[in-house]
Design a protein around this ligand. Structure first.
Ligand code: ASP
Ligand code: MG
Length: 426
């Protein structure tokens, strides 16, 4: 008998029918003899609808009240799910985040989990009940208020529960079959991975892959939680996300398979490029520029500085499109102080990233990327690397084609087209 934590995203519990389908899945796991703890998201687009409502009554909703409102979405789905399980003849109990002992800091809308005290969950499990926990929410001890963990926070709830209860596995259910070598909507020949390391998953997630949330993967990595990302809409196994030293549960003993060098290709259309042109090439200018950008709240990703021929240089960087206006405004306000000549804003860019732990030990990985792009006649505008990732910025119109070419070049194409269930990927 194992203790299994399961997380169901909003698309898996979008209506009464889906809730019953999920209930059946949970009951099947229980029937197989396992203890089950479930973290559930709000039904379908509930969170977005609640946010819209909040914005209709107040331009800037009070953060405490917004958390009260948003946390109600998960309360609906958890109770309905417990009812559905009940009517199938199984004991189920739902708990809010605070009842479940999800203790967070006091940051409304982006709270971090600081402790998990699942006393009531343990009791319920000991009494043979299936436990349902509202995802995405917690409680702060100092303010005694309800908090939420930020969009997509139910993944983190599930992983934190799995860590606190020492679960055997944390299954994260969504409407995609697992983690793919690329987004199947962009690259139809993307293949489902059997497993991936958590460090590769973090790089993919940070560079545009949307299947799992970064914070959940980080939490799992820190606490040694095994994640199994799989689909609510099929019974086939998904992808295991393995932390350091973890063994792939599917691999037979002693089988030391050669790992592929590249695990996946990520595409990101969400960035914009800002170029600060004609910056005086003297010490301290980059510090000034990025201090201004940081103060505007923009989150900088790639940075490139050109060589200077005339005592001046251009510095280009990328930020999320949504942050670009604030960064530009802040920079424009300090133009004379910094002494640059002008600002160029470009939101027609796309970022392509190739991720693989094998890059540490294999040479020629970047050459393959650049050759593939060159053969496709695709121009590269920026390059950045980490130990296990190479990213390039391209024209956004070129990104999909570039990603397909690169996917093929690394031998990642599958034989069949990936099944894409209509949905959000959550
Ligand atoms: N319901 C929340 C959201 O939509 C949390 C989650 O789905 O994980 O962001
Ligand atoms: Mg949701």
């Amino acid at each position: 008998m194992a203790l299994i934590v399961q997380k169901y995203g909003g698309s898996s519990v979008a209506d009464a029918e889906s809730i019953k389908r999920v209930a059946k899945r949970i009951v099947d796991t229980r029937r197989a003899g396992h203890d089950v703890v479930v973290a559930v998201s709000a039904m379908g687009d509930t969170t977005d609808e609640l946010l819209d409502l909040a914005n209709e009554v107040a331009p800037i909703p009070a953060p405490r009240e917004l958390d009260m409102l948003l946390s109600s979405g998960e309360r609906i789905s958890m109770a309905l799910l417990a009812m559905a399980i009940h009517s199938m003849g199984f004991e189920a109990r739902s708990f809010t985040g605070s009842q479940a002992g999800m203790i967070t800091d006091s940051q409304h809308g982006a709270a971090r989990i600081v402790d998990v005290t699942p006393v009531r969950l343990r009791e319920a499990l000991d009494e043979g009940a299936i436990v349902i926990v509202a995802g995405f929410q917690g409680f702060n001890r100092d303010t005694r208020d309800i908090t939420t963990l930020g969009r997509g926070g139910s993944d983190t709830t599930a992983v934190a529960l799995a860590a606190a209860l020492d679960a055997d596995v944390c299954e994260i259910y969504s409407d995609v079959d697992g983690i793919f070598t690329a987004d199947p909507r962009v690259i139809p020949k993307a293949q489902k991975l059997d497993h991936i390391t958590s460090e590769e998953m973090l790089e993919l997630a940070a560079n545009g892959a949307k299947v799992l949330y970064i914070r959940a993967v980080e939490y799992a990595r820190r606490h040694g939680v095994l994640i199994h990302a799989r689909s609510t809409f099929s019974s086939s196994e998904g992808t295991y996300v393995l932390g350091e030293g973890m063994k792939n549960p599917r691999e037979s003993e002693g089988a030391d398979m050669e790992e592929p060098i590249v695990a996946g290709v990520a595409t990101d259309f969400s960035q914009a490029k800002i170029t600060v042109a004609g910056v005086p090439d003297v010490p301290g200018k980059a510090a000034e520029i990025f201090k201004i950008v940081a103060k505007s709240g923009a989150n900088v990703d790639m940075i490139v500085q050109n060589v200077s021929a005339t005592g001046r240089t251009d510095i280009s960087f990328t930020v999320p499109k949504a942050d670009a206006a604030a960064a530009l405004k802040a920079l424009a306000g300090e133009q004379t102080e910094v002494g640059f000549q002008n600002l160029i804003h470009d939101d027609q860019i796309g970022k392509l990233s190739v991720v693989g732990a094998g890059m540490r030990t294999h040479s020629g990985v970047s050459a393959t990327l650049f050759e593939a792009l060159s053969a496709g006649g695709i121009n590269i505008e920026m390059i950045s690397t980490s130990e296990i990732r190479i990213s390039v910025v391209l024209r956004d119109a070129d990104l999909a084609e570039a990603a397909r070419t690169v996917h093929t070049a690394y031998g990642l194409d599958g034989d069949a087209e990936a099944t894409v269930h209509a949905g959000t990927g959550r």
